[in-house]
Write a protein that binds this ligand. Structure first.
Ligand code: GLU
Length: 306
């Protein structure tokens, strides 16, 4: 039996879009008889207390996870061990570029859009010594391809850029693309359901998995929740977190119902939705959220229009 997962970054409370993705990840895992794991991606963007809030929110929706919670911050040696192995194979190089250096070099006419331009790939050891005095190095993968193809259950075959992406950031922390690949592979995760803003990262991750002789997971990149301006839903959009919505007397089960409805599923319970779940019928368009309308619709009649 394989596993699916939900892997939030504890940067704040989960909003309706994150909660909807969590429900989708649960539906995909459970409908394929997989375990469902929770991983806290706390290598970056950590806000104190956010992990507990997110767990509380997921539990309030009625989502149940298997196994024990995994935190990336507790697995650092494992990531560095993989970097060491790649280093021994000559597949890692130090990079001294700032974001600005990369943006400038990457805007050159011959550069592949969005790709690292290779500035530090072939520095001599003397050049490295000089540069190391100015800036700490990030470690990048010496990629042997420029693109890689994955299959996504919703998007179909997808080919995307694979550049010399960062494995270890210049503050010494393992990079997201490295940690995600190792965690998925080592936890038996063979199904990755997440927002479709990460589809373009899947080729890099699948390539790295392949380099490390891991199976590439099944990918399902699901449409995001957007605000009425077509931007990714965010805290500034108003009542978008569970806490903000339930403050108005709305029960979490009603929030679940709204999320299931937005997926075209029976909204009476997660279980009912699971029984009816068929990925073929999922909406392929983003979900446009009007938080005020949702709150008005869900508020108990007595407290409406106060
Ligand atoms: N931690 C990422 C996020 O919250 C998700 C990463 C993933 O699912 O691979 O956006």
């Amino acid at each position: 039996m394989g596993a699916g997962r939900f892997a939030p970054s504890p940067s704040g409370p989960l909003h309706l879009g994150n909660l909807r993705t969590a429900i989708l990840a649960w539906l995909f895992a459970r409908s394929t008889q997989r375990d469902f794991l929770l991983r806290i991606e706390d290598l970056d963007r950590v806000r104190s207390g956010a992990e507990a809030t997110q767990i509380f929110e997921l539990e309030s929706l009625g989502l149940q996870f298997d196994g024990s919670l995994l935190r990336q911050s507790e697995r650092l040696p494992l990531y560095f061990e993989a970097v060491k192995q790649l280093e021994e194979r000559g597949l890692v190089f130090p990079c001294f570029c700032s974001r600005k250096d990369i943006a400038e070099a990457a805007s050159a006419p011959h550069a592949a859009p969005g790709a690292y331009p290779g500035t530090c790939r072939n520095l001599s050891s003397a050049e490295r010594e000089v540069k190391a005095k100015e800036r700490p190095a990030a470690l990048r993968l010496r990629s042997e391809v420029t693109e890689f193809s994955v299959h996504d259950q919703l998007a179909g075959d997808y080919t995307g850029v694979v550049d010399d992406f960062v494995l270890v950031r210049n503050d010494g922390a393992p990079a997201y693309n490295l940690a995600v690949v190792l965690d998925d592979a080592l936890c038996g995760i063979d199904q990755v359901v997440r927002g479709d803003d990460l589809l373009s990262s899947a080729p890099r991750q699948a390539y790295l998995a392949t380099l490390l002789s891991y199976e590439v997971p099944d990918y399902v990149h699901v449409p995001l929740a957007l605000n009425t301006k077509g931007q990714r839903l965010a805290k500034r959009d108003g009542a978008v977190t569970l806490e903000e919505i339930t403050e108005h007397g709305v029960h979490p089960a009603d929030v679940v119902a709204i999320l299931l409805e937005s997926l075209g599923l029976p909204s009476t319970s997660l279980q009912a939705a699971l029984e009816a779940f068929d990925p073929v019928n999922l909406p392929r368009e983003p979900w446009i959220v009007e938080p005020e309308k949702i709150v008005q619709q869900l508020m108990p009649p007595a407290s409406r229009n106060r």
